[in-house]
Design a protein around this ligand. Structure first.
Ligand code: MSP
Length: 645
């Protein structure tokens, strides 16, 4: 058995989320790391899965009139499909509704209860339903909203079991003081240390207000808090508690890769649970930054979610994987730009890598009938750089600097391209006295490509395979070990037909198509504003906050045929609202008008302007299909901000 063992996990994904590039990012990074470590000779286990309990699932199932189990059985497949599409090489996929997980969670709960580390009490606090989290009053935003998602918090009081985690905080601080890389990057390490040092209170770990969860053993009025439940997946997947073989082998080598938003659960709650259980603490927890889109947090309401399926469909899988890991340093936030992706495809993939392959294969074809020639001493500065590159890439990967590892690899690829220019093989080919030198150059280029395929294999497995195919090598690069690579042992290999790896994208053409598409989308969005709403019940209706407001300013939105940008005075604040009423009023007609404004509508970006509400209007189609519209205004003079009910 190999001595090098590596266990790597992604967080398990909320099954009710629509997978977006944020999700793709964590898992693609984990996948590249798992593949790299395998090629480094490690015995790797790579885990991902879905988080399937909680309030949101319960509510959604009720709405659809199916059981929560039916719902999660259906929708966890979205993630499975995404991992297949992204060529993720996970060794296991765990669902928190599986018996193996439920058993592990109940076993751990009972163990901690029996040893006095879980006790019963009463909990009261502000709770965010979408985030399934109690929010301390010190972290709440204005109007008692959630600091993470901005939605209103609910005051809850319930009998609850508590985890006596405060008991283990000092042990955890001691561990982190000795293990400076246990939380990465440094900024997150500091964040966690100062959080721990500021004092951690015992945590509530059960709910009575919820049914869809794992029951507390022996007290079925309670279900186990979804985070306490979910974190245990990492050891449930190793067979705990029934079969400890894998657990013993892999657990001491575990690395968690997570987004920075869930670092406290992974670097505080989870290690405190592990300390109470007497298990090893994770070797490393690595937090990556967040992808934004159009400069904002991705959300369905803003309509700016970047769909990974669409990206793969439009640009190809490996370019997308390459871009995610190359574009921004792993710990940093980054704004997703399709144009940046297009530029990377053209420069790094088509130009650097694609050209190296095509030029080399062409020369081997033209000068050597497609057969790699003999060369007595193939060592060169390129072979030296190859050795250095894998060392550098390894070091970068050990620090989770995916972008740096790729930079080193690309320096090597660019050096190989330069090698062609320096030796000008086309000149050597004309001079029979230079035939040995020509062989030396061609062998070096062939080896450089072979080695490049190995280097890129963890990041772009398909491309590596395509390069191997064209080089006439009949095996899968991802299954090779770096240590077995030898420079200059390929003489006699017969290359295959050269094919373009990455077609260049015409940026002008691409821009035109993009503009056309966004115009179409804009029209669709505009139409939505005045479309008929779906039927709602009285509870839903009461949730709508409407107030009297005065239009104090009306501006044109140049890009839009339908929208005005309105400024409305509510007495206690002013709001910007985009309204699709341009065809019916001039700005002068609107300024000074009193209207009814829906004030708690989630913000939406329309033609680049954030709209915070909607004014009420009635419409009717006239003969000839023309539309008539009238604003709903208060019948009497009533103070601005008055509530409409
Ligand atoms: N279910 C919890 C994790 C439980 S682990 C025991 C959860 N799920 S999640 O689906 O919301 O997030 C999964 C991962 O995707 C997290 O690492 C999160 O940080 C990451 N991302 C979600 N949106 C993201 C971006 N916009 N950008 C980068 N990654 C983000 O949290």
């Amino acid at each position: 058995m190999s001595e090098k063992v590596f266990y790597i996990t992604t967080p398990i994904y909320y099954v009710n989320d629509v997978p977006h590039i944020g999700h793709a990012y964590t898992t693609v990074a984990c996948d590249a790391m798992a593949r790299f470590k395998r090629m480094m000779g490690f015995d790797v286990k790579f885990l991902t899965g879905t988080d399937e309990h909680g309030q949101k699932i319960q509510a959604k199932a009720l709405e659809k009139n199916i059981t929560p189990q039916q719902l999660v059985d259906e929708i966890h497949l979205n993630f499975k499909k995404l991992w297949q599409t992204l060529n993720i090489s996970n060794d296991d996929f765990i669902r928190t509704t599986e018996p193996r997980h439920i058993k592990a969670v109940q076993n751990i709960f009972k163990k901690l209860l029996d040893q006095g580390d879980i006790y019963k009490g009463t909990y009261s606090g502000y709770y965010c339903v979408p985030c399934e989290t109690y929010v301390p009053e010190s972290s709440m935003k204005e109007n008692k909203t959630c600091p993470e998602c901005g939605r209103p918090l609910i005051l809850m009081q319930e009998e609850s079991y508590f985890f006596k985690c405060s008991k283990y905080v000092q042990d955890l601080i001691n561990y982190y003081e000795k293990n400076l890389k246990a939380v990465m990057p440094k900024i997150r390490y500091n964040e966690i240390m100062s959080f721990l040092k500021s004092g951690v209170r015992d945590q509530s770990v059960s709910r009575t207000s919820l049914k869809w969860g794992i029951p507390v053993p022996g007290d079925e009025n309670h279900v186990i808090y979804v985070w306490f439940d979910a974190l245990i997946n990492y050891i449930a997947a190793l067979g705990y508690p029934d079969n400890l073989e894998e657990f013993k082998k892999f657990w001491p080598h575990v690395r968690h890769i997570v987004g920075k938003d869930i670092i406290r659960f992974h670097c505080v709650t989870w290690p405190l649970m592990l300390l109470a259980l007497g298990f090893n603490l994770p070797v490393e927890v690595v937090a990556h930054g967040w992808w934004t889109s159009e400069g904002e947090k991705m959300s369905k309401t803003l309509g700016n979610v970047v769909d990974p399926f669409e990206m793969v469909n439009n640009y190809g899988l490996d370019p997308f994987r390459y871009f995610l890991l190359r574009e921004i340093p792993f710990g940093n936030d980054g704004n997703f730009s399709e144009l940046a992706l297009v530029n990377k495809i053209n420069s790094d993939l088509a130009n650097d890598l694609g050209n190296l392959l095509n030029r080399t294969l062409q020369m081997i074809n033209n000068y050597k009938n497609g057969i790699v020639p003999e060369c007595n001493n193939p060592k060169s500065d390129l072979s030296e750089l190859a050795e250095l590159t894998i060392k550098n890439a390894d070091e970068a990967m050990n620090n989770y600097n995916f972008d740096e590892a790729l930079k080193f690899i690309w320096e090597f690829i660019r050096r190989a391209n330069k090698f062609i220019d320096e030796y000008s093989p086309w000149k050597l080919a004309k001079d029979p006295e230079q035939s040995e030198k020509l062989n030396f150059v061609l062998v070096n280029l062939y080896e450089a490509l072979k080695f490049s395929a190995l280097l890129i294999a963890p990041f772009m497995p398909d491309t590596a395979k395509r390069i191997y195919n064209q080089l006439g090598i009949n095996c899968e690069p991802v299954k090779e070990l770096y240590k077995n690579f030898k420079w200059g042992v390929s003489s006699g290999n017969k290359i295959n037909k050269s094919e373009v790896l990455f077609p260049r994208i015409d940026v002008e053409e691409w821009r035109k198509n993009k503009n056309k598409m966004s115009e179409e989308q804009e029209i669709k969005q505009e139409n939505k504003i005045i479309e008929h709403e779906a039927e709602i019940n009285i509870e839903d209706f009461r949730k709508i906050e409407m107030r009297v407001a005065e239009i104090i300013k009306c501006e044109e939105i140049k890009k839009s045929k339908k929208l005005y940008k309105l400024e409305l005075n509510l007495g206690f604040e002013t709001r910007t609202v985009c309204s699709g009423i341009k065809a019916f009023f001039t700005p002068e007609e609107l300024t000074g008008k009193r209207v009814i404004l829906v004030t708690n509508l989630a913000p939406a970006k329309l033609c680049g302007v954030e709209s915070n509400g909607m004014i009420l209007a009635a419409t009717v189609k006239n003969e000839g299909n023309t539309e008539q519209l009238t604003l709903i205004t208060p019948e009497k003079d009533i103070p601005l901000g008055s509530r409409v009910s």
